[in-house]
Design a protein. Structure first.
Lengths: 336, 342
């Protein structure tokens, strides 16, 4: 086990306890041009040590979901409904001190743009050491040693050189590995990854993804990974959620979601990404919904090929299909 | 590399200042009449022009001036015959001291309020800062100075009997000390020199005299500092690395000092240096209101008389101060910002 990790012990008792549970989470952001509702009832569970992926178009609420887990709201933004629970305790009720110790040491995040997520004025060493010390007691003296070790874990051949560097001296792939090191240095039980490989070229993407997956599992931590790229998500995640208009419309084990999804949007998404046929990738007709609206009915129905009369009349039902497979659609299971 | 670059730029700036300053002074009048009066014959005027070298080709005049300047000689006043360097050495510290305390005041109100306004744009202190900034930019400095003199000196004196004349809270606007003997010149800052001489009363007195002019200038020159600080802090605050720092469980205070203020400081430092340089020459109206024997008043007197060397001397000294300040700011930023070191 790598130095300094405090991973959650996985035994038969705790393995079934939910690490993180979101239910009906709503976020509202007040902007100059009126309120925006990026999250409209997100339900999501993460268990200890597992990897979960969330897929969706930009604007579907993926990043906001991660931010609501850490209660990092943009200016004017607030969690206006639902519950975020960490090991059964409400995150929304934490006071400032409790929130500070929850962030980092329980849940840490890896950001989309690796270079701008690092303070340009501070050395890599200072940033890792500060993140390490913020989350552990009596860490004097061992922090520098830890920084070197974690960089070695992230396949930096010469950690001492990297420690002395500044963010502008790192390539995108190196900067993202430093960001991963920062998140790991906090020793969290859950790592949130916000499109961590989007800005990187294809070969670097795969390398960083594999590295992330390996280091997270070596620390027995759970990983919640979001991306608009279904292939990246399916490479890493055991369970996959599909997001649309601020909701997780379908959630389930990777095999089910990839081979036989039930939600029409999930199917359309899969068809778009199915490149094996050699056809030109298609797009889903219609426009991405405006998040200035609050949707009481299905937000996808205007683009849906299976639209029924009930879709225009009744709010979405929740179908639990077993094995954590969950669906928000009037069609229900077993159609087609 | 960055520093070499900066030094080269600053040298070019100084040379350009000398050339342009020279051209402008020579093309906008002659010191002959101020030095001789108007009731003299054409003959005498011609003779004097010859003596002063004013009949030489302009290039020769420039060369004469420039070679003297290269030796550190700023020339002498054509009217009083006092060496320009001597006059400036006497008057510059007066202005520098006033401007220094102006910046001290600005650092006390504009920067803290700017930081606060950047952190809490809707807060009461943000509104207070914006109110002060609006007031400061819309009110002329000389008028504000007069208002202070009226309210704090003139009015209290006229409070009628029963109460009797209250001791004036602020000293009469009579220069730097109001009649006391100045301390022996060491730095030219009366507050510092008085302390060096061990005269705390005198230091207190000169500080007291500084308050109103410095406060006036601070209120009118501080608004840009407030606004730049506010926007720099608000920009730093919305950077991804600040959110990331919070997400690692770093505390509010740590993030504020380690990330937000550090990244917000370069534009603020730059503007502070610029403000200092500007006020060296630009505080002249306030100098007049408070009878401050500073370099701004000296420059205006010299310009009115087309006293070539005196005007140029002030321009060059002001430019040198600018250049030195900018260089210091560059050094600080060089030390702070790793991106400049590559």
């Amino acid at each position: 086990m790598p130095v300094g990790t405090e991973g959650v012990s996985i035994n038969s008792d705790t393995a079934n306890e939910t690490l993180l549970s979101l239910s009906g989470v709503e976020v509202t952001i007040n902007t100059i041009s009126g309120p925006v509702h990026p999250l409209q009832g997100v339900d999501l569970d993460v268990f200890p040590g597992e990897t979960v992926g969330l897929v969706g178009e930009s604007g579907s609420g993926k990043s906001m979901t991660l931010r609501s887990i850490l209660r990092l709201m943009p200016p004017g933004g607030a969690i206006t409904g639902g519950a975020v629970k960490w090991l059964g305790n409400s995150v929304l009720n934490l006071d400032a001190d409790e929130l500070q110790s929850y962030r980092g040491s329980q849940v840490a995040m890896i950001y989309q743009n690796p270079v701008s997520a690092l303070d340009p004025m501070l050395s890599v060493e200072r940033q890792i050491v500060d993140a390490f010390k913020a989350n552990r007691e009596n860490s004097d003296g061992v922090a520098e040693e830890y920084a070197r070790d974690v960089l070695r874990d992230l396949e930096f051949g010469n950690p001492d050189v990297i420690l002395k560097r500044y963010p502008h001296q790192l390539s995108g792939g190196m900067a993202q590995r430093v960001n991963i090191a920062l998140a790991l240095a906090c020793g969290p039980s859950l790592i949130l990854a916000d499109e961590p490989t989007t800005g990187l070229d294809m070969t670097t993407q795969i390398r960083v993804l594999d590295l992330l997956e390996r280091q997270v599992s070596a620390r027995n931590a759970a990983l919640l990974f979001i991306s608009h790229d279904l292939r990246a998500v399916s490479r890493v995640a055991r369970n996959i959620g599909i997001m649309y208009a601020g909701q997780v419309v379908e959630f389930g084990p990777r095999e089910r979601i990839l081979t036989n999804p039930s939600h029409p949007y999930a199917r359309a998404l899969l068809e778009c990404m199915n490149l094996r046929t050699g056809e030109r990738p298609r797009s889903i007709p219609g426009l991405v919904p405006q998040m200035t609206e609050e949707y009481n009915l299905c937000a996808f129905r205007n683009r849906c090929s299976s639209r029924m009369a009930v879709c225009d009349e009744q709010p979405l039902p929740v179908h639990n299909l077993g094995e954590r497979h969950r669906l928000l659609c009037h069609l229900g299971p077993g159609h087609d | 590399m960055f520093l070499v670059n900066r030094v080269a730029i600053l040298a070019v700036v100084l040379f350009a200042v000398v050339v342009i300053g020279f051209a402008i002074t020579r093309s906008t009048g002659t010191p002959l009449y101020a030095s001789l009066g108007v009731a003299v014959s054409e003959e005498i005027i011609q003779q004097r022009a010859e003596e002063m070298g004013l009949n030489d080709p302009i290039v020769v005049q420039f060369w004469t001036y420039f070679t003297a300047l290269a030796r550190g000689d700023l020339g002498s006043s054509r009217i009083s015959y006092i060496p320009v360097a001597e006059d400036i050495a006497l008057k510059l510290p007066a202005t520098a001291e006033m401007v220094f305390f102006t910046l001290v005041f600005s650092f006390v109100w504009a920067i803290p309020l700017g930081v606060r306004a950047g952190l809490r744009p809707e807060g009461k202190l943000a509104k207070l800062g914006e109110g002060m900034a609006q007031f400061g930019v819309s009110v002329p400095a000389f008028w504000l100075g007069l208002l202070f003199v009226f309210l704090l000196y003139f009015l209290p004196q006229r409070i009628p009997e029963p109460l009797g004349p209250l001791p004036s809270l602020f000293p009469p606007p009579l220069g730097r000390l109001g009649g006391a003997t100045p301390p022996d010149m060491v730095t030219g800052f009366y507050t510092v020199d008085a302390l060096l001489a061990g005269d705390i009363r005198l230091a207190w007195q000169s500080l007291w005299h500084l308050i109103l002019p410095a406060l006036t200038l601070s209120l009118t020159s501080g608004p840009p500092l407030f606004r730049v600080t506010r926007s720099a802090v608000s920009e730093a605050l919305s950077s991804p690395f600040v959110e990331a720092a919070y997400s690692y469980g770093l505390g509010r205070r740590t993030v504020l000092i380690r990330d937000v203020l550090r990244n917000a400081s370069p534009p603020v430092l730059n503007l502070a240096a610029m403000t200092f340089g500007y006020l060296i020459g630009g505080g002249v109206l306030v100098e007049v209101v408070f009878s401050w024997p500073g370099i701004g008043s000296y420059a205006v007197w010299a310009m009115n008389n087309s006293d070539y060397d005196a005007v140029l001397g002030v321009v060059i000294v002001a430019a040198v101060i600018y250049v030195i300040l900018y260089f210091i700011v560059d050094l600080i930023q060089f030390a702070m910002d790793p991106r400049l070191r590559d």
